[in-house]
Design a binder for this molecule. Structure first.
Ligand code: GLN
Length: 296
C-alpha cells in the first residue's frame, strides 16, 4: 500500500468511530510512526510502505479508534516549549494549564510572551520555594523550575506511578536536583510540611463525582480518575488548600490554582473568606481558569 492508501483507510476508520478530525489524526499518527513531518507525508502519497509499517500503523489506528488519547499512544505531550513524557498514570497536560504555569513565572518576576493579565508578583529574592500540589506528569513543577534558575520545588502526588513519570520529566529537563518529589495525600490531615512556600501552585482534581460518567470517552476510559474526580462538588482540594494556606505560605506568598469552567467565583470566595486578596485570570475563551490569592 502507498502512504496515501494508508491515510485514506485510517481516516475512514477513525471517522466511522467518531474520532474528531479523523484525517488530521490519521496523518499525525503516520507522521509519528514514520518519524517524518506531516508535510512530508502529505507530499508523498505515492510512496510505498512496507508490511511492518502497515501492521504497526493499523495497531495504533485501532487504539485511536477506541478513543485512546493520542498522547498515551505516543507517550508524549507538548506543554509550553517542552515535551513531557506521559502514560496512563498521569493526566495529559492541557493547554489550559499553560496559563497557570505562565502566571507562576510572572509571579516569580518573568514576563512570559502573550501574558497580559493583572497578576500578583513576589518580591525579589535570591531563591524561591514552590509547592506543587498534585504534580502528575510534573508539567508545572518542571516548567517552573526550568523557567527560573533559583527555584526549589516540592512536588506532591498521591500516586507513586505519577511521581515516577514526573521524575523522568525532571531528568529530561535537568531540573531533578531542584525538585523534591513527595508521595503523599494532600487531603490527609496528618500530613505536615516542614517548610513555608513563596508560591503554591495546583491543578487539582476538580470534577464532581456525578459528572465523571459524562466526560468524553477518551478522558473517562483512559485518564486516571484519581487525577480528575474530587468529591461531591469538585471543590475538596480547594477547601483544603484554603484551610492550610496561611500556615503553608510565607508572609507575602502567592497561591495559584486552576479551576473548572464554572468554579472560578466559588473558589475565589474560598480564599477571600480566609482573608486573601484574589484575582481571576481568564483563558483565551474568556473562561476564568486560574484563581490567584495572596495575603492582604
Ligand atoms: N499538575 C498536573 C497537570 O496540571 C496534574 C494535575 C492532576 O493530576 N490533576 O497536568
Amino acid at each position: 500500500m502507498t502512504l496515501g492508501d494508508l491515510l485514506n483507510r485510517a481516516s475512514e476508520y477513525l471517522s466511522e468511530r467518531n474520532v474528531e478530525d479523523p484525517s488530521l489524526e490519521a496523518g499525525l499518527l503516520l507522521s509519528w510512526l514514520l518519524k517524518k513531518d506531516i508535510s512530508y507525508i502529505y507530499a508523498n502519497p505515492d510512496m510505498a510502505s512496507d508490511p511492518e509499517t502497515e501492521k504497526a500503523y493499523l495497531s495504533i489506528v485501532e487504539r485511536r479508534g477506541r478513543h485512546e488519547p493520542f498522547a498515551y499512544i505516543t507517550g508524549e505531550c507538548g506543554f509550553l516549549d517542552y515535551t513531557f513524557i506521559v502514560d496512563q498514570s498521569v493526566l495529559i497536560p492541557r493547554g489550559d494549564t499553560e496559563l497557570l504555569a505562565q502566571s507562576a513565572l510572572f509571579a516569580l518576576g518573568h514576563n512570559p510572551v502573550f501574558f497580559n493579565h493583572n497578576m500578583f508578583r513576589l518580591k525579589k529574592k535570591d531563591s524561591f520555594r514552590v509547592l506543587d500540589i498534585g504534580t502528575g506528569s510534573g508539567c508545572l513543577a518542571v516548567s517552573i523550575a526550568k523557567g527560573h534558575k533559583s527555584v526549589f520545588v516540592d512536588a506532591v502526588d498521591i500516586s507513586e506511578e505519577a511521581l515516577n513519570i514526573a521524575q523522568k520529566n525532571a531528568k529530561r529537563y535537568e531540573v531533578e536536583d531542584r525538585i523534591s518529589f513527595i508521595n503523599a495525600d494532600f487531603l490527609d490531615k496528618s500530613l505536615n510540611f516542614s517548610a513555608t512556600y513563596d508560591l503554591i501552585v495546583s491543578n487539582p482534581p476538580y470534577i464532581p463525582l456525578k459528572e465523571i460518567p459524562f466526560l468524553m470517552k477518551s478522558v473517562k476510559d483512559y485518564e486516571p480518575h484519581l487525577a480528575l474526580a474530587a468529591g461531591e462538588d469538585g471543590l475538596i482540594f480547594y477547601r483544603e488548600i484554603a484551610n492550610r494556606a496561611s500556615s503553608l505560605l510565607a508572609g507575602s506568598g502567592i497561591i495559584l490554582v486552576e479551576c473548572g469552567y464554572n468554579q472560578g467565583h466559588e473558589i475565589s470566595n474560598l480564599f477571600s473568606d480566609k482573608g486573601f486578596e484574589t484575582l481571576l485570570l481568564k483563558d483565551l475563551s474568556g473562561i476564568s481558569r486560574v484563581v490567584a490569592a495572596t495575603k492582604k
